[in-house]
Design a protein around this ligand. Structure first.
Ligand code: SAJ
Length: 422
């Protein structure tokens, strides 16, 4: 077996579960992260992110001595880079994390090592990473200059796991393996086969990069279609959820669900990597992003209309006396992740513009982030139901679906997920 020691650079939502799963297969794993606090937490056998069951796997891996975290790269047989790839203010991809990760591992590389880029990346990033490595290590040869005879093998193998189901999907999902040469791909397959039960399918690095971007753009375009339909149906007085469920009875139609916008770190980001490379061609992909990004503002306008309807029906009241309860803060159902959450952003904006009380309700959140904006009070479902005048449903958490219909019918409801209107 060519891999005794495996190093994972970037111990976040992808890197930490990946490191832990390799360790659970009894490989020596060195996890590297620039965040000393995260490193300390992991070395105590704990985790600094939220993902079901990950705490147990990390705890076992650290206690049994297979996983160790550090801030400084050490020699290994394979390096997996799983650092963030955000975009800059102008939607251009920001590769600085990949650049510094490559430069940090370059000094410890040795002949025969495999370097894999797992971070979601714009087309060409793997070649760029290989160029940074080659620049830092002129004594070693790389695939871009030495092809199959290179000392170092390089591949792009994008992660495709769904937050909330990471441990299962890491093992079961098929893997796209984009080696810079066929030998690079073969070595990468032998690494992933340590834990991947899905199929490992070989392509080149550029196609693998584009494949990941395509998956998330496809979902973004699908959600944009649903969101656009919801705005069209609102104008035409049609229940969009009934419409979609009827249309989806056609054997070749499968429309996704509208919502208050698209959140998370991936789907709202990755399509821009295609747009930034090919702005003239990527017209639909750009428009989908714009449609989804415009949905939170559309929801806020609906809330303003509901306030004025309420005041017309209750002329003795003023806006200060109208209580709005926002049900759901997370970026999708049944998780507690507030990252890039349209629900949280809408709730904060309402708290900033509304003069009355704004209640935030989320059964998965125990406290609001310390830097939240606006006057917001986190409360329970029952308290909110007693106090609210307008119910704004933003996330289809299971607890919200269980509220008796009779409780919902008493109130003015803006249901962005259709759970009370289906
Ligand atoms: N959403 C809707 N309507 C839908 C489906 C989703 O409004 O019908 C919204 C969700 O509420 C959420 C956002 O879209 O705000 C994204 O959620 P998601 O569940 O579609 O995806 P993520 O961001 O949690 O994970 C995605 C996955 N990609 C695909 O399903 C193609 C995952 O497999 C990727 O690994 C992940 O991005 C990633 O890391 O790139």
């Amino acid at each position: 077996m060519p891999f005794t020691t495996i190093s994972v650079i970037g111990l976040g939502y992808i890197g930490l579960p990946t490191a832990a799963v390799f360790a659970s297969r009894k490989k020596q794993v060195i996890g590297v992260d620039v965040n000393q606090n995260a490193v300390d937490i992991i070395n105590r056998g704990q985790i600094h992110i939220v993902e079901p069951d990950l705490d147990m796997v990390v705890h076992a891996a650290v206690t049994e001595g297979y996983l160790r975290a550090t801030t400084k790269p050490e020699p290994a047989d394979a390096f997996l880079i799983a650092v963030p790839t955000p975009f800059k203010g102008d939607y251009e991809p920001d590769l600085t994390y990949i650049e510094s990760a490559s430069k940090s591992i370059a000094p410890v590389l040795k002949k025969g090592d495999l370097v894999i880029l797992e971070s979601t990346s714009p087309v060409g990033a793997t070649e760029q990473m290989a160029a940074w490595l080659a620049e830092a290590r002129p004594d070693l040869s790389f695939p871009q200059t030495h092809g199959e005879n290179s000392d170092i093998r390089v591949a792009h193998c994008p992660e495709r796991v769904l937050p909330g189901h990471v441990l299962r999907e890491l093992v079961q999902n098929d893997r796209v393996i984009g080696g810079m040469t066929p030998k690079c791909s073969q070595l990468a397959i032998s690494l992933y086969k340590i834990f991947v039960q899905g199929e490992c399918i070989v392509t080149n690095a550029r196609t693998a990069e584009m494949c990941k971007l395509t998956e998330n753009s496809s979902r973004d375009v699908g959600i944009a279609f649903a969101n656009e339909l919801s705005m069209i149906c609102d104008k035409l007085g049609i229940n969009v959820w009934e419409l979609i469920s009827l249309a989806n009875r056609h054997p070749r139609v499968n429309i996704l669900q509208p919502g208050p916008g698209v959140g998370g770190h991936c789907i709202a980001v990755d399509p821009w990597f295609i747009v930034s490379k090919t702005p003239e061609q990527a017209r639909l992909i750009r428009t989908a992003r714009e449609v989804n990004d415009s949905k939170p503002q559309w929801v806020i306008e609906k809330v303003k209309i509901a306030i004025s309807d309420f005041l017309q029906a209750n002329p003795e009241k003023t806006a200060r006396e109208v209580t709005i309860a926002c049900f759901g803060l997370a970026f999708k159902p049944d998780i507690d992740d507030l990252r890039e959450s349209p629900a949280f952003s809408i709730t904060q904006q309402i708290a900033e513009i509304h003069s009355g009380i704004v209640l935030a309700v989320d059964p998965n959140i125990t406290s609001l982030p310390s830097d939240h904006k606006g006057r917001l009070t986190l409360t329970t479902i029952d308290t909110a139901l007693c106090e609210l005048d307008i119910l704004l449903l933003l996330v289809d958490h299971k607890e919200f679906k269980e509220i008796p219909k009779i409780e919902i019918q008493k109130h003015i409801v803006i249901d962005t997920r259709g759970i009370y209107q289906k």
